[in-house]
Design a protein around this ligand. Structure first.
Ligand code: 4AD
Length: 468
């Protein structure tokens, strides 16, 4: 076993307990600066927190300098020494080295990370090293903390965690933006629409895809266990090269039996607020970093979201507001057209200046599973929009009435035979139920202020990009 060491976060958190004691730390060198040939200051980061630990190495001690000489940015080290109060600016504590061991050197002529700000585009090109930067380290810690908080939130409320399949035979959103999963020879592609099922000889004996959403399978379990959620990766082959779209992203999807759209909306608002509270209270150091370097208004904006009720507005009313806005939108505003990012941002940033839920969308715009409203033209859908991003949550009450579900399927060209299990759930003990999907990466953009979604996921996948 390796020598017991302390995480740097732990030393900062419990300074008083460690001061004057001998401790061992391990990490990567962020900077090294030698002063007047007496002392070398080596800053080490181990990823446990944003801050580096300053290590003091006395250059008069040959047993240390022997090891120190080749130490440059990016080297990995183990340092044992006494933790002392620091007289210098910027830190309360520092480690006075007594033993120093190098795990791995880092050639300064080749190591691409310098002590300066690199552009996010450049960092994406060195995705294997970018977690060693302050920004990506901070967003990674926030992402991890929020993922944990998602489970806490639902477990505390009696939800059961369901592992819905990644490989599926259904296209939940019906948009045809699916990645196909096949073991067929790519040299002999099948032609869809043949009389004979072209995928009969494929691995699953039928066409299969990567899931775009775990919702339909979550519904199965909600109609047995009452309150369930799924939280996993989802895949969309949409050719959207934007700052808020990924081909692989993580979605939090609760599904609740005996619930309507109003219950759904209330749960989504509660989740969004709870997750923001977690960032405000448990990610303080990383949040302060984002405020300082990414978005000065971030913390105030997040606090406001927690304090104020979300605006609720129908799609029809939203269209009216947009039409009378006097804005010159790139996409025309007409009842029946989808709301574009520019429309969503106008509503939440200029009109309401807080999160807003748009409800009751035209039936023609939404997937087959949404519950038809009494007007016959709209469905019980909701999108939650937030300033700076637009939509972060999409959800609906599901159509629980057999006849109306079958009609929706017919209108959308979906064969009830392909979804016989979904139809049967309406034949055997159907109940009103609802759910939503919160995109983890969009949410992370909202709480970090990072403008591009590719910075908030460890390994971004987008058209033309699938490194690692
Ligand atoms: O509105 P969407 O498509 O809803 C569904 O998939 C439902 N089946 C969810 C449900 O009711 N269980 O997606 C939900 C959320 C969006 O609001 C957005 O935050 C995120 O998923 N999202 C994406 N995030 C990143 N890249 C993409 N390409 C995304 N598409 C959707």
């Amino acid at each position: 076993m390796m020598e017991k060491s302390s995480r740097i976060a732990e030393l900062f958190e419990r300074e008083d307990q460690f001061l004057g004691k001998t401790v061992t730390v391990q990490g990567w060198v962020r900077t090294r600066r030698d002063s007047k040939a007496e002392i070398s200051f080596v800053e080490i980061n181990d990823g446990s927190c944003l801050r580096n630990l300053q290590v003091i190495v006395e250059l008069s001690r040959p047993e240390l300098t022997r090891h120190l000489d080749p130490v440059t940015n990016g080297c990995s080290l183990c340092v044992k020494g006494v933790l002392q109060t620091s007289p210098g600016k910027g830190q309360n504590i520092e480690l006075h080295a007594d033993q120093l061991k190098i795990y791995g050197l880092s050639d300064p002529a080749l190591y691409p990370l310098q002590k300066k700000r690199h552009s996010f585009e450049f960092l994406r090109k060195i995705g294997h090293l970018r977690p060693r930067t302050n920004t990506i380290g901070a967003v990674t810690r926030v992402r991890s903390r929020l993922s944990y908080a998602v489970h806490q939130f639902f477990q505390e409320r009696g939800f059961c965690y369901i592992h819905t399949p990644i490989i599926t035979a259904s296209d939940c959103e019906g948009a045809g933006e699916t990645f196909r999963v096949t073991t067929l020879d790519p040299g002999h592609p099948v032609v869809e629409g043949q009389a004979d099922d072209p995928f009969r000889d494929d691995f699953f004996g039928k066409a299969a895809y990567l899931t775009v959403s775990g919702q339909l399978q979550a519904e199965i379990y909600a109609l047995a266990l009452g309150r369930v959620y799924t939280f996993g990766p989802t895949f969309r082959a949409e050719n959207s090269n934007t700052s808020r779209h990924l081909a692989e992203f993580w979605m939090v999807e609760p599904e609740m039996a005996f619930s309507d759209l109003e219950d759904d909306l209330a749960m989504a608002e509660c989740l969004v607020k709870r997750l923001i509270e977690v960032v405000l209270s448990q990610c303080r150091e990383d949040l302060a970093f984002f405020v300082r370097f990414i978005d000065p208004d971030l913390e105030k904006r997040l606090e406001r979201v927690v304090e104020t009720a979300f605006e609720i507005i129908t799609y029809t009313e939203a269209v009216r507001l947009l039409k009378h806005s006097g804005e010159d939108f790139a996409y025309p505003v007409e009842w029946g057209n989808d709301l574009q990012a520019e429309h969503e941002r106008y509503l939440t940033e200029k009109v309401f200046r807080k999160p807003a839920a748009v409800i009751d969308f035209p039936r023609s715009l939404k997937p087959f599973y949404m519950r038809v409203n009494d007007d016959g033209d709209t469905v019980a859908a909701m999108d939650i929009l937030v300033p700076g991003i637009g939509e972060i949550v999409g959800g609906s009450q599901r159509e629980e009435r057999l006849d109306l579900l079958l009609e929706q399927m017919r209108l959308k060209g979906i064969s009830p035979d392909d979804y016989s299990w979904y139809v049967e759930l309406r034949q055997f003990g159907s109940v009103p139920h609802a759910g939503f999907g919160l995109g983890l990466e969009r949410f992370l953009q909202f709480v970090t202020g990072l403008p591009n979604i590719r910075e908030v996921i460890p390994f971004p996948r987008s058209p033309g990009h699938a490194q690692f």
